[in-house]
Design a protein around this ligand. Structure first.
Ligand code: ZN
Length: 341
């Protein structure tokens, strides 16, 4: 099978295209013929050697893919050859107390597909059957490939941990990113007032089209001051900060008393100074979020493509996969970048 892979941890420029054997599956696994995969910053951290585990080399990478079931193990009853599917990229042991209570993203062995195991940048991938979900015909492979990490992280942040309510005011950083676009869509399901930030003026109108009520270019305006202005000093019920070092301390200032502040991703770095008085003085709760559970995924998937629909920025051919990652790192995109196979 054809696959994009790397054999040294030197970033996206080390990606090559090569031939690999089609994986063998066991009785509880499914072989998926991948049609599209989407890019995540996680892929870059792994390929640059920044992920805190030893990556097996050569490595077929990427976590989020969609495709068609090519083969099922003999214990698999809920899928058959030819089903159109998306892969939930959170893998876990399946037998521990947390997995059995439906909290699989808190399992000790929880990890994204495409890190310790071969990922979806190939014509075929083998995955546990419990991670494979059917998609409706109305959802394209390109759109489906955008859902797993991006939408489950956004859903887990706002719905499960942030406990978003009708009419809440939510600050979402990086409104043009994959998670930014997903967070805006999910917040609008709850009729939230959405304030978002962008780093380029051309993204402002696109965020508004998605439903954002206020868009701040953080390079030109102080986002804390603008949040105060837009909320008449009331501040936000939920703040989602996936930017990290550059913004987190100021993000705390945007939460009202009792606000929930969500952190994940930290694309600008993870080391930051915070003022603890902001946290206890305002009764803030900080939630660290790492993806979400299969149960949440199954429920959320019902909302695609009518209530939620990924914003696909661009679709690259597998041969141009390096260009796709170059675009991701340029930040000059809106939504998700996809590679088709
Ligand atoms: Zn487990």
């Amino acid at each position: 099978m054809k696959a994009a892979y790397y054999d040294k941890l030197e970033g996206y420029k080390a990606i090559k295209i090569g031939d690999f054997p089609i994986p063998d599956i066991n009785e509880d696994e499914v072989l998926v013929n991948i049609k599209a995969f989407s890019l995540n910053h996680l892929d870059v951290w792994v390929m640059e050697g920044k992920y805190p585990v030893a990556i097996p080399l050569p490595h077929i990478f990427a976590s989020d893919g969609s495709g068609v079931v090519a083969k099922v193990g003999k214990n698999v009853k809920h899928l058959k050859e030819g089903d159109r599917v998306v892969i939930f990229s959170g893998l876990s042991c399946g037998v521990c107390e947390r997995c059995l209570s439906g909290k699989d993203n808190k399992c000790n062995s929880f990890r994204p597909l495409g890190v310790l195991e071969d990922g979806v940048s190939a014509e075929f991938v083998k995955v546990p059957a419990v991670n494979v979900f059917k998609i409706p015909d109305s959802l394209s492979f390109e759109s489906a490939a955008c859902i797993p990490i991006t939408y489950i992280t956004s859903w887990h942040s706002l719905v499960t941990r942030g406990k978003i309510n009708q009419g809440d005011t939510v600050l979402i950083h990086g409104g043009g990113s994959g998670v930014g676009t997903a967070l805006i869509q999910i917040a609008k399901l709850y009729n939230a007032t959405v304030i978002t930030t962008v780093g380029d003026d051309w993204k402002i109108e696109k965020c508004k089209q998605l439903g954002a009520d206020f868009v701040i270019n953080y390079k030109k305006e102080n986002f804390v001051e603008k949040v105060k202005e837009y909320t008449n000093g009331q501040l936000c019920d939920i703040v989602v900060d996936h930017i990290g070092a550059q913004t987190f301390s100021d993000s705390l200032s945007c939460g009202k008393r009792g606000a929930r502040v969500i952190t994940f991703g930290s694309t600008t770095g993870a080391d930051t100074q915070i003022n603890l008085r902001y946290i206890f003085g305002k009764n803030l709760t900080i939630h660290g979020v790492y993806m979400g559970t299969k149960g949440e995924f199954a429920k959320m998937l019902k909302l695609f493509p009518d209530k939620l629909n990924p914003v696909v920025d661009s679709v690259f051919d597998l041969e141009d996969v390096q260009k796709a990652y170059e675009k991701l790192l340029s930040r000059q995109f809106f939504g998700k970048i996809v590679v088709k196979i």
